[in-house]
Each structure stands twice: as C-alpha cells, then as structure tokens.
Write a protein that binds this ligand. Structure first.
Ligand SMILES: CC(=O)N[C@H]1[C@@H](OP(=O)(O)OP(=O)(O)OC[C@H]2O[C@@H](n3ccc(=O)[nH]c3=O)[C@H](O)[C@@H]2O)O[C@H](CO)[C@@H](O)[C@@H]1O
Ligand SMILES: C=C(OP(=O)(O)O)C(=O)O
Length: 428
C-alpha cells in the first residue's frame, strides 16, 4: 500500500493533458455488452475503475485487449454470468452491468455497487426503470436479481434526476420492443457520450442531453468505434489546482463549456482564465475572494468539484459557504482539511469556510475520490509536507496524477507505507 507525499509551496507551471472521462468510460465499457461484435473505444483513462470493469467484462466471457488508451472489446462470447460479489463491490459503476446485461440477456445478477461513500446512494430509480420495462427485480443478500421474459418500452418519470438511472435505463431500453421515454432525465455530457456510442452501434436515441430522452428499441446492435470525451471533473480539478498554486497553467484537451459553472465561480473569486477551443489558461492570482457555491444537477455546479473547490477557498479572503444539495454528507474531507489548519465548520449540508488561512502539511486520509483531490489541492498550497493515504480512491478516477503533477513542477511522490502505517490506516 502506498501513500502520496507533497512538499507544498512550489508553483505549478506548464501544460497538463486531460484524460478521457471516468464517468463516460465506466458506462461505455458495460455498454459494449449490447453489441454483437467488436467495440473499439479510444481515449480511455488509465484509472483503476477502467481496469476493474475490463476484468468484469472478461469474467462474463468477453475478450478485452488494451493498447495504450484504446480498448477492443469482443462481446460475442459473453454470457449472463452472475456477478453477486467480488469486483462489482469495488466501484459504483458496476451497476451498469444490470442495464446492459438485462438488455442483452434479459437477465442479470449483480452485487450492490461500491464506489465512494457520500451518504446514502440508493438505486431505487434504476430499479423503477427496469420494472417499468417489464423486468422482475429482487434484492437477495446484497445482490440484485433481474429477469424479464421480454422488455417493452415504457414512459418512465425519474423522481430524482439521476445520472446512473438515466444511463442504466437507456442501456436496458435500446433493445426493448417499442418506445421508451425517460422524463426528468439527467443531462450530463457523459449521458450524451454514452448515447453517441449506442447510436453508433445502431440504437435509436433522441434527446440525450435534455431532460426527455426517447429510445426506439432495435433488434440488433453491432460493433463500432468511439472516442471518449475529456474528463470535465479531472479538468476542473487541475483548474482548481492552478488557481490555488499556479503561475501559468494550460489545461489541454478540455471542453470549456462543460466547466462553465466552475469557471464562472473562479472568475467571481478573481481568477484570470483564458478560454481556447480545447484549452484553458489559468493565470496566477495573488488575491482571491471567497464565494458561495451550491452544487446542483447538471448544468449546475458539479458535486464532484465541491471538495477540491473547498480547499481552494481556504486561500481566499472572507467567508464562503459551500452547500451540497446532491450529497448532503459529502464533507468527510473537512476534518482532514482542519488538521491542516483550515478554518471550516459544517452545518447541515453546508461547509462554512473562513479564509485566508495558511495551510500546514499534515498526515491526512482520503476517504473518497474527490476528498483525495481536495487534499492534494491543500497539500500543494501547504507549508511543509503533506502525507495522503487512501490512494485507492484517488486512483479510481485520476489517471497518472503523480506524473501529471510532477510535470507541472509540483514536488510530489509515492512511498510504500510501513506495516505499522498500514495497520493504523486500516484501523482509522
Ligand atoms: C459513475 C458515475 O457516473 N458517478 C457519478 C454519478 O453517480 P450516480 O449516478 O450514482 O449519482 P446520481 O446522479 O444517480 O445521484 C444523484 C442523486 O440522486 C439520488 N438517487 C440516485 C439514484 C436513485 O435511484 N435514487 C436516488 O435517490 C442520489 O442519492 C443522489 O442524491 O453522478 C453523481 C452526481 O453527479 C456523481 O457524483 C458521480 O461521480
Ligand atoms: C462519486 C464519484 O464516483 P463514483 O460515482 O464512481 O463513486 C466521483 O467521480 O466523484
């Protein structure tokens, strides 16, 4: 087990290239189950979630070959192999095996997913969708059993705007009989990306990216080639790092429109940002001003950037309030930031940050993926050395983060943890 060490205070300079989107990748890979021949996906990020899903595709009989960032998946020999335990527990997106396997085999057994603990993360809307399409769904000892004689298109209104439920219902519906309409659908760019892949496979989907998606079922889906979109959350994280500790940093391979809510808030804080077609240039700003943010469903401020943004606010002057309306308990990073001298208190679903406070290096633990990102932002700014444990979370979603930061001039490295440190980590 490793820990990440950061010697804070070094200015970041240069260019960082953003990888393919995690939240697209984790849906595109299971979507390949629906094809009858080879699916090629280009630009996949080098993260453990991709590795885990590739292994799961192999567990059900797929052939997966990876060369650099391109993955070839041959789904021809896949079967409805039950996946009640094991790797499915390592990540959230294993729930996409439910929709994809139901769509192809009319049956699936998938263990309840893992992923970041951000408070309760129910999947009732996924199940409501599968049932509306004609599936019988039961929960037996922590695994979801899905079975349908036939899937028939239906009108499904999501009670909660959910990325996972929207994509999962699309996966189950593309081969159903007749028309499915998803109302109150999520509108994230990753949903458009998944719909683009499915359309290239022969699916008939209209309205992805709006809150009403119409899917006309087809009998067969074929192999295709697809290039993934850039990761807006990774891009946002590096943008925040640049605002926190950058001299002049270019974020390359980004779709600036995907980051509008973040960029607007950074500008409000006083950060100077130049936008190109696929780049952002972030300039050093000596004085930042605290702002309030509220996370909302897309296109509002993304909850996945709330935690790194909170760290940046410790550098800004005044009082800022960060409210998370999507995951009201997504504040596990705050105790760790306090160890680093941040002045933050949590009240309900808000964190109130008093700045500016010079941060001090400390031993801290990443409790989830974006908590990890927030500690890295803090470590880059802090005096002295910050030691971060819990790298499994960070490696689920940030490709080559140590190398990318080193290239920007950060002093950052990984070390093996001693046995005692591993024990302390496991007991904490
Ligand atoms: C793999 C992936 O894409 N993960 C993203 C996805 O997670 P995920 O798809 O799990 O998140 P959802 O969009 O489903 O969740 C949004 C909200 O709806 C609630 N909810 C969701 C489903 C459901 O059946 N019932 C229900 O009540 C959740 O508790 C949450 O409060 O979107 C989140 C919100 O943008 C992001 O933080 C995650 O990075
Ligand atoms: C919460 C996240 O991921 P997951 O849904 O995969 O746990 C995230 O990417 O911030």
């Amino acid at each position: 087990m490793q820990k990440l060490l950061i010697e804070g205070g070094h200015l970041l300079n240069g260019k960082v290239r953003i990888s393919g989107a995690k939240n697209s990748a984790v849906a595109l890979l299971p979507a390949s189950i629906l094809a009858d021949s080879k699916v090629i996906i280009e630009g996949l990020p080098d993260i453990s979630d991709v590795e885990t899903l590739s292994c799961l595709l192999e567990e059900i009989g797929g052939t997966v070959g990876r060369k650099g960032q391109t993955v070839h998946i041959d789904p021809a020999e896949m079967t409805a192999m039950p996946l009640p335990n094991g790797r499915v527990k390592k990540l959230r997106a294993s729930y996409y095996f439910m929709g994809a396997m139901l769509g192809r085999f009319k049956e699936a057994v998938i263990g309840l997913p893992g992923g970041c603990y951000l408070g309760p993360r129910p999947i009732d809307q996924h199940i409501k969708g599968f049932e509306a399409l004609g599936a019988t769904v039961t929960n037996e000892q922590g695994a979801i059993y899905l079975r349908a004689k036939e899937l028939t298109g239906a009108r499904i209104y999501l009670d909660v705007v959910s990325v996972g439920a929207t994509i999962n219902i699309m996966l189950a519906a593309v081969k159903a009989k007749g028309r499915t309409v998803i109302e109150n659908a999520a509108r994230e760019p990753e949903i458009i990306d998944v719909a683009t892949l499915l359309t290239s496979m022969g699916a008939r989907i209209k309205g992805a990216g709006t809150d009403v998606i119409r899917i006309d079922g087809v009998e067969q889906l074929t192999g295709c080639m697809h290039t993934i979109i850039p990761d807006r959350i990774e891009a946002g994280t590096y943008t925040i790092m640049a605002a926190a500790q950058g001299e002049k940093v270019m974020i390359d391979n980004v779709i600036p429109q995907h980051l509008e809510p973040l960029l607007a808030k950074l500008r409000e804080m006083g950060v100077k940002i130049e936008e190109g077609e696929e780049q952002l240039l972030i300039h050093r700003s000596d004085k930042l001003k605290c702002v309030d943010i509220k996370t909302l469903v897309h296109p509002g401020f993304p909850t996945d950037l709330q935690q790194p943004f909170t760290s940046l606010m410790t550098k800004a002057e005044g009082t800022g309030v960060v409210t998370d309306t999507i995951y009201q308990a997504r504040f596990k990073h705050i105790d760790e930031l306090r160890r680093m001298n941040a002045q933050i208190k949590v009240e309900g679903s808000s964190a109130i940050i008093q700045g500016p406070t010079p941060l001090e290096g400390a031993k801290v633990k990443a409790s989830d993926l974006r908590a990890g990102a927030s500690l890295i932002v803090a470590g880059l700014m802090a005096n002295g050395i910050t030691e971060i444990t819990g790298l499994d979370h960070i490696d689920r979603g940030y490709a080559n983060i140590t190398e990318k930061l080193e290239n920007l001039g950060a002093k950052v490295w990984r070390e093996e943890m001693t046995e005692k440190e591993v024990q302390q980590f496991q007991n904490s």
